[in-house]
Design a protein around this ligand. Sequence first.
Ligand code: COA
Length: 141
Amino acid sequence: MNGILEVERLSFPIGKQWDRGDFQQALRDLFLVSGEKEVSGFLIACCRENERRAVILRIAVRPEVRGRGIATMLIEEAIEIIREMDIREVELEVDIVKRGAVQLYETVGFKIARGIPMIDNNTMDDENGSYYLMKLIVNES
Ligand SMILES: CC(C)(COP(=O)(O)OP(=O)(O)OC[C@H]1O[C@@H](n2cnc3c(N)ncnc32)[C@H](O)[C@@H]1OP(=O)(O)O)[C@@H](O)C(=O)NCCC(=O)NCCS
């Protein structure tokens, strides 16, 4: 768990970081970890089989090993597991400022379903917390 918390701390700003309790709760979700001696990345997805829907809640990769396809591998692995659960659709939310992350999700097949502006001023401004809802159909029927 300490390795996960370290990658979390290195990947998200203070105030947006998950704590040990958040990760402990996520243990009942799909929780993938990559790395051998140390944790290089992780992905957490909540699978609602009755709704045939899954949500990727969190993904992060240790800064020194980014750009080597670790996140892509974690997402592809998660999609395979989710597909076997007969879930129809995977979705996630991503801040519109995180262009690298948006590109990563597009590379594995996600499409922007909607842009959600911050309620305050109803603009899709970069820094105001606006985000995209992205979706991927994993089982057509
Ligand atoms: C987003 C994140 C998980 C990507 O991890 P990664 O292992 O470096 O990703 P990959 O190596 O699999 O990248 C795959 C593709 O995503 C895109 N990409 C990823 N990060 C990028 C960046 N910073 N800038 C531009 N494109 C990026 C590229 O298209 C890349 O393909 P390429 O290497 O062929 O150019 C990682 O940067 C991270 O942990 N960021 C902080 C936490 C975060 O923002 N999580 C996402 C919350 S929605």
